[in-house]
Ligand binder design. Structure first.
Ligand code: WT7
Length: 639
């Protein structure tokens, strides 16, 4: 497969960028022409950011899986689509060619159809990182069902909330999942999530760990049995459903500044183009190369750069079931060595955690196949950047620092590997189609360079968030109302004298813990569920490995309890309500919170104390009870 729209020089980048902004319709139509359509579009783009309403390739019909699989079969059917590396390096790996991927996806599509899954149905997927997860996602897309993948680190309660919000009718899960030394009982978590659920009709269970599970008669069925039946039905070819360009492809839940996660909706054609275009250009993928994105498919990074981006480009994508530090901290390097990985895309938190193990885990690992390194999820600090560059890239690999969000579907601001220059700690330049602006608090656009402001996007790109599921108003108020006619990212950024962007972090009450987005309000809600808690306030603080840690200030009803036990109880409550990913790192018991006379918690003060700052707390005269600040300051020393 060739990529006529791959940018090869910096001059071409500037030229394409200009073209994409001045004539977006022409620019994207030229690219869209390289895809497989059942019917081409009547119109390339219609959009306004006030409702918001965004429609790309209106009137066109297609199926994304034909673009990810079928169209490659003649040319590269026998080449690996997915290389799967198991959690335990002693177990065998699996290599799935495009031909095999086609067969598997067709069969799973038949299985799902046999279970009653139809176009438009919501299918929740809660699986470990096994190839069957990829088959399941793609089978949904082939049928036209809307997949909603939930990361394995979420609790039964979180799943229940998402199932209810999405009104999901089907679940695909595993008995269990291996992650490092842990064995996560996925099906059992699903069983808990289903207590009281009224929408789910069928649960399809793939066997991975062979832990005992309870299969409910009439509801739960085994993947293996169903696959056998599908084969008996001779489901070699499964006709892909013809989808409208603007039909939803998936829902992915993400945290915001309110207590409730939002179901971000992406649609068929625009998302497909964006995942493909950004993959090919940012990583400068060349046919035959091995791409390894370490993200879990439960996050948008896994959707776009383990699955849809690479597969739509006919690439070979590595899917890793395990964790970077088990059985030892050389796991990523073993994988790079074993499969001659060319592109390694990972998160700063993983780099920082591996840095802590020193250079010993790199001993004897041949990393010379690497051409391109990538970073995503949070700002990459200079130390991590340099370590990555020196010890992994051996000074020879461009590092792409890719800024984007669940809502943007794919990479928005990044250097293009080896084509546009990298600059440590900078995401650098916007991709063609992306028009970023910085605004001040009043919404005034900041002109020129060397300015700092809130990052907005002023023009629709193909994978613009379309809506938040079943609540369009929420989408509008969250993203499109803060600044008229602009998409507000929630991030702060600065622009240097060359127009490079440096993302400085969230400006709303959203934390970034190990590259995962967690709303402070969500954690507070969870803590407040504990019967002994009167009130709580959660802020982030700098954490050496996680980027941000979770710091909770908690007022207890009865101070007589043993503090350590209460701490454990509260952590347990958060694990129950949200999941292990939202565990507070620090809990400080306080007798009051710094509030203004109108009752608003002054988080600025709490953030500073959590950061270890004790002197410059700013103006505290407007506080209802300024005395509480001294108490909190003193208490913080003991946390
Ligand atoms: C938030 C989005 C995008 C996939 C992974 C996270 C932060 C993401 C970078 C980067 C600085 C970054 C932002 C953004 N972020 N990439 N390269 N430099 N910050 O997706 O869970 O939707 O989180 O992650 O704060 O808003 P997400």
């Amino acid at each position: 497969m060739m990529y006529p729209y791959q940018i090869n020089t910096i001059e071409q980048y500037y030229q394409d960028y200009k073209h994409s902004i001045e004539e977006p319709e022409l620019f994207w139509a030229n690219i869209a022409n390289h895809f497989l359509w059942h019917k081409k579009w009547d119109e390339v783009l219609e959009w306004n950011f006030t409702e918001p309403r965004v429609e790309w390739f209106k009137g066109a019909r297609l199926n994304i899986t034909e673009n990810c699989i079928d169209r490659h079969l003649d040319s590269i059917g026998n080449q690996p689509a997915i290389i799967w590396e198991p959690n335990d390096p002693q177990d065998s790996s699996r290599i799935i060619t495009y031909n095999q991927l086609y067969n598997q996806v067709c069969r799973v599509s038949q299985v799902l159809t046999n279970l009653g899954v139809k176009k438009g149905d919501r299918v929740c997927i809660y699986m470990g990182m096994v190839p069957e997860l990829a088959f399941a996602v793609l089978a949904c897309a082939r049928i036209g069902a809307i997949h909603s993948v939930i990361f394995g680190g979420f609790s039964a309660q979180s799943i229940a909330d998402r199932l209810a919000d999405a009104q999901a009718e089907f679940i695909i899960t595993c008995d269990g999942a291996y992650r490092g030394a842990k064995d996560i009982p996925l099906k059992s978590v699903i069983d808990d999530a289903l207590t009281g659920n009224t929408t789910v009709k069928k649960v399809l269970v793939y066997t991975r760990t062979r832990i005992p599970v309870s299969m409910i008669n009439g509801r739960d069925v085994w993947w293996e049995d169903e696959m056998e039946h599908a084969e008996l039905n001779n489901a070699v070819h499964f006709q892909a459903t013809s989808m409208d360009a603007e039909d939803p492809l998936f829902i992915l839940y993400t945290s915001g500044s309110t207590g409730k996660p939002k179901g971000v909706v992406h649609t068929q054609a625009g998302y497909m183009l964006w995942a493909n275009y950004t993959f090919i250009n940012v990583f400068q993928y060349k046919p035959g190369q091995i791409h390894f994105c370490t993200a879990d498919i439960g996050w948008i990074t896994g959707h776009s750069y383990v699955l849809y981006g690479p597969l739509s480009a006919g690439a070979t994508t590595v899917m890793f079931e395990g964790v970077p530090t088990w059985p030892d901290a050389g796991r990523f390097w073993d994988i790079v060595d074993k499969y001659n990985v060319n592109i390694l895309y990972t998160a700063p938190t993983a780099i920082r955690s591996l840095m802590g193990f020193g250079l010993a885990p790199l001993q004897g690992k041949d990393l010379s196949s690497l051409n391109v390194l990538g970073s995503v999820g949070e700002p990459i600090n200079i130390e991590a950047w340099q370590w990555f560059n020196k010890n992994i890239g051996k000074g020879n690999c461009p590092i792409v620092d890719t800024w984007w969000q669940t809502e943007t579907g794919g990479i928005m601001i990044s250097n293009l590997a080896g084509v546009t220059p990298h600059k440590p700690a900078y995401a650098t330049l916007p991709l063609p189609g992306v028009l970023p602006v910085l605004v001040d608090e009043q919404g005034k656009e900041l002109q020129g360079n060397s300015v700092n402001g809130n990052l907005c996007i002023k023009q629709s790109w193909p994978a613009t968030i379309r809506t938040t599921y079943r609540d369009h108003e929420r989408c509008r108020t969250n993203y499109f109302a803060a600044y008229p006619n602009k998409y507000f990212t929630g991030d702060g950024a600065m622009r240097d004298e060359l127009g490079n962007y440096r993302i400085t972090g969230r400006v709303d009450d959203v934390l970034n813990v190990s590259g995962h987005r967690i709303g402070t309000a969500e954690v507070e809600n969870a803590i407040n569920m504990h019967s002994g808690v009167v009130e709580s306030a959660v802020v982030g603080y700098p954490h050496d490995i996680k980027g941000q840690g979770i710091y909770a200030y908690v007022i207890l009803e009865d101070k007589g309890h043993e503090a350590e036990l209460m701490r454990q109880n509260i952590i347990q409550t958060v694990v129950r309500i949200i999941g292990p990913i939202a565990k507070p790192d620090k809990i400080q018991f306080v007798s009051g919170l710094p509030k203004t006379r109108s009752g608003k918690i002054m988080r600025r003060i709490l953030r500073k104390i959590a950061e270890g700052e004790t002197s410059n707390l700013g103006d505290t005269t407007t506080l209802l009870d300024p005395g509480v600040v001294d108490e909190i300051k003193d208490g913080a020393k003991l946390v």
